[in-house]
Each structure stands twice: as C-alpha cells, then as structure tokens.
Design a protein around this ligand. Structure first.
Ligand SMILES: *[C@@H]1O[C@H](CO)[C@@H](O)[C@H](O)[C@H]1NC(C)=O
Ligand SMILES: *[C@@H]1O[C@H](CO)[C@@H](O)[C@H](O)[C@H]1NC(C)=O
Ligand SMILES: *[C@@H]1O[C@H](CO)[C@@H](O)[C@H](O)[C@H]1NC(C)=O
Ligand SMILES: *[C@@H]1O[C@H](CO)[C@@H](O)[C@H](O)[C@H]1NC(C)=O
Ligand SMILES: *[C@@H]1O[C@H](CO)[C@@H](O)[C@H](O)[C@H]1NC(C)=O
Ligand SMILES: *[C@@H]1O[C@H](CO)[C@@H](O)[C@H](O)[C@H]1NC(C)=O
Ligand SMILES: *[C@@H]1O[C@H](CO)[C@@H](O)[C@H](O)[C@H]1NC(C)=O
Length: 382
C-alpha cells in the first residue's frame, strides 16, 4: 500500500480518538521521528507520522475500548516505524494484547520509559501467530504488573524473550532472578541491569541452573548496582565466555582488586568510572582496549603493565599529582594508546610534569589533560 492509499484509508475511516488533545510533532532529522501525546498517531491530522521511522507515544493512558480496536490495529499496521518508544504512559494489558498481533512489520525495537504496565481486568494471554521480530527491548523506570510475570503468560514470555538480542531493565526495581528467567534470556548479546537493588546472591545462584550459559553475551551493564568488589562478579562471569564489554561504573569499590577470573575473559572495555576508587591492585585484563577510570579518587596511576592493546584510557577527574615519572614508565609501554583523557587532576608542576609532556609530545596521540591540550604531538596551551 502506498502512503497516499494509506492516508485515504485512514481518512475514510474517520478515526476517532478518545484523548481530548492529541497532537504529534514530526521532525525530519535522520529518518524521521514523531512524538505524539498518547494515541495522537490515530488523529487524521497527524498523518505525516505514518512516514516516521521512530514513534514516541507519551503522557497519558493507552487503553482500548472495544470500539477503538479496528482503528488501532489498522493504524499500527500502516505505520512504518522500526522503533517505538512509550514515555510516561500507563499501558493497559488490553492495549498490549490487541496491538501485539498487529505490530508494524519493521518494528524491531521497543523502549518503555517512566511508564506502568498494568492489568486492569483479567485477560487471556494473546494468541501469537508469527514469531516476534523485536530484537531490542529496553525498560527504564517502569513498573510491570506482577501478574504479567506469572506462568500463565509463559507463551508470551517465550515469544518475546526468545528472539531478543538486547534487553535493558534499568531502574525498574529488579531484586532477584531465577533459573526460569535466566534461561529465557540465554541468547542475549547485550544486557543492561543497571540501577536495580539486585541481590548478588541471586545472581550467583543462577550459576547453578542446569546447563545455563549466556554464550552470546558481549556486553553487560551493571551501573549503580551497589557493587563493592569485582570478585563478586566472578560466578556470574563464569557463565559469559564471550563477554567483551563490562560497565560497572557508579558502584562503590574504594580499593579495587582485579580478580583472577578477569584474566581469562576476552574483555576489551571496562568502565570503572564514578566508583570511589582510591587504589588499584593487581593488573587489569591484558585484552583491554578501553579502560575508563574517570571520576574516582586515584592518587597514583594504576599499573598498566602489559596492556599492549590499550587504545583509550580515561583517568580525568581524579587526584593524580603526576601522570608519569622516570621510574614508573607504565604509560610509555602502551603502544596502541591513541586517546588519553587525564584532565581535572591536581598535577604539581615539576620535573614529573615535564617528563609527562616529553612523553606525550613524542607519543603522537589525542590527549585532553584539561588545561594542557596535546594533540598529535603538537603542544598547545589551552
Ligand atoms: C506525564 O503525563 C501526565 C499525564 O498523564 C502529565 O500530567 C505529566 O506532566 C507528565 N509528566 C512528565 C514528566 O512529562
Ligand atoms: C537459544 O538458541 C538456541 C540455538 O542456538 C535454541 O536452541 C534455544 O531454544 C534458544 N533459547 C531460547 C530461550 O530461545
Ligand atoms: C547496598 O549494600 C549494602 C551492604 O553491602 C546494603 O546494606 C544496602 O541495603 C544495599 N543497597 C541497595 C539499594 O541494595
Ligand atoms: C540461592 O539459592 C539457595 C539454595 O538454592 C536458596 O535457598 C536461596 O534462597 C537463593 N537465594 C536467592 C537470593 O535467590
Ligand atoms: C562509563 O560510565 C560513565 C558513568 O556511568 C558513563 O557516563 C559513560 O558514558 C560510560 N562510558 C562508556 C564508554 O560506557
Ligand atoms: C562505600 O562502601 C563503604 C564500605 O565499603 C561505605 O563505608 C561507604 O559508605 C559506601 N559509600 C557509598 C556512597 O555507598
Ligand atoms: C607483564 O610482562 C612481564 C614481562 O613480559 C611479565 O614478567 C609479567 O608477568 C607480565 N604481567 C602479567 C600480569 O602478565
């Protein structure tokens, strides 16, 4: 169906929308993005949104009365979006159970932000014909009615979580998990469980689940998760043989020990920013390409021995008084390093700084050290 045909059809249907004020804002940046309050998309005045690739529905309640069903399913089938965002809405399960069978064909990404998924009346789980095409599901600050997690919805769970590649459950009150749920998401490549009061006992427990392995997981985010040691992650990491990116920023490590289990991981990115780190013990994993240690309380640059693959190092906003000294030349062993952020540190202007400048000057890299900016070997005063 061409866009014009779709427009005509919508106009003929004369869709009525229950919300009092329904409006959309269409921006043509990129592939086109439409932000509508509530179900403004169904208002014939907002037909330009049919061309958007990204649709955000915000502020209000998404519910379907019997009468609106045909308009709603038709409207959803006609939009071309690949990304759907719900923001600050209360979504009733009756809405989900209707639209789930009529999702736009290209839709592969759903974000639900600051919203509530509720079950008003008891409903049968929807009958799902085709396999889900949703690859990314991201929930942030969202409350999910516990009855939606019950075994009576397990067909829906399998349908949704089976084909999923990327899952985010951020700031959503996740406390524990079990074998059934862990197994449902075993094929993810990206998992973000940041900002939850998650229990590490329950995370450690899943290592006992029968033949569980997150064998495709490449990136794991546990920002702001009340972690006090990396050691506590070893049991979980034993289930993630291919993990390359670990974000454990905004935790509380103070004295950081790299556990042995990190040495056998193919980790290339480790984010340890904003974690109150004062000292670091043992060597970081040698496979690292990016190491983020910004916004900590480091007095000395930690050992970077043997990090021959390191390309990006951020140690800005710490308490470093020297970056490099004659005796401790660990920085100069970093052959691949091309980006160094080392600004906002209380450097003392002495021989050590001169040493640093000489090193950086010869090192041909992009360096941002705050008041001094070094770029590709040229020293400029910032
Ligand atoms: C959320 O939506 C309600 C209407 O349902 C609105 O009154 C409120 O201002 C919205 N909040 C934000 C932060 O946009
Ligand atoms: C994960 O993928 C394997 C095949 O690679 C498949 O057998 C299994 O059912 C998948 N798991 C889920 C929960 O979909
Ligand atoms: C964080 O951990 C401490 C003890 O390690 C515990 O007392 C506290 O309740 C935890 N906070 C959250 C939000 O989980
Ligand atoms: C961990 O597993 C033990 C034994 O299987 C169980 O008793 C305990 O409740 C579990 N803890 C959590 C937090 O899941
Ligand atoms: C590292 O963590 C900080 C703090 O959470 C965040 O602002 C930053 O974007 C992260 N960087 C990367 C590359 O993940
Ligand atoms: C970090 O952990 C230490 C104990 O390990 C505790 O004294 C301190 O209050 C914690 N800080 C924060 C911000 O949670
Ligand atoms: C780093 O390299 C040196 C010299 O090659 C070696 O003696 C040392 O054991 C290495 N450190 C680690 C942590 O592998």
């Amino acid at each position: 169906m061409t866009l014009n045909q779709r427009l005509t059809l919508l106009l003929l249907l004369g869709l009525t929308v229950t919300s009092a004020a329904t409006s959309c804002i269409f921006s043509e940046d990129g592939a086109g993005r439409c932000v509508c309050n509530s179900m403004g998309i169904l208002n014939p005045e907002n037909l330009m949104c049919l061309q958007a690739s990204e649709l955000e529905l915000r502020d209000g309640t998404l519910d379907v009365s019997e009468m609106a069903v045909s308009g709603l399913t038709l409207g959803f089938q006609m939009i071309q979006i690949n990304k759907l965002i719900f923001n600050n809405v209360t979504i009733s399960f009756s809405f989900i159970s209707v639209v789930i069978s009529f999702l736009p064909r290209n839709l592969n990404e759903i974000h639900i932000i600051s919203s509530t998924l509720e079950v008003v009346q008891h409903l049968q789980p929807p009958l799902l014909q085709e396999a889900s095409r949703i690859k990314t599901l991201y929930l942030e600050d969202t409350t999910v009615d516990p009855s939606l997690l019950q075994p009576s919805f397990q067909a829906l769970h399998r349908w949704l979580f089976g084909p999923l590649k990327s899952l985010g459950l951020v700031r959503s009150g996740l406390v524990e998990t079990d074998c059934i749920w862990a197994q449902r998401v075993e094929n993810l490549t990206h998992l973000d469980l940041s900002e939850n009061p998650i229990s590490y006992t329950s995370l450690q427990n899943i290592s006992h689940c029968a033949s569980l392995s997150f064998k495709y997981l490449k990136s794991l985010h546990l920002r702001h998760s009340n972690l006090t040691s990396l050691q506590s992650l070893c049991t979980l990491l034993s289930l993630t043989p291919t993990l390359t990116q670990l974000d454990v920023s905004r935790n509380n490590f103070s004295i950081l020990h790299y556990p042995q289990c990190f040495q056998v991981k193919p980790l290339t990115m480790l984010n340890l920013s904003h974690s109150g780190i004062t000292e670091v013990f043992h060597d970081p994993p040698q496979t690292l390409k990016k190491l983020f240690l910004s916004n900590n309380r480091l007095i000395r640059l930690p050992s970077l021995d043997n990090l021959s693959h390191l390309q990006v190092l951020k140690v800005d906003n710490n308490r470093l008084t020297v970056l490099i000294t004659e005796t401790d030349v660990s920085l100069s062993t970093l052959e691949q390093l091309d980006t160094l952020h080392a600004g906002r540190n209380p450097y003392q202007c002495d021989c050590a700084l001169e040493e640093t400048i000489t090193f950086l000057d010869s090192a041909d890299m992009k360096v941002d050290s705050g008041s001094l900016i070094f770029q590709q070997g040229v020293i400029k005063s910032g």
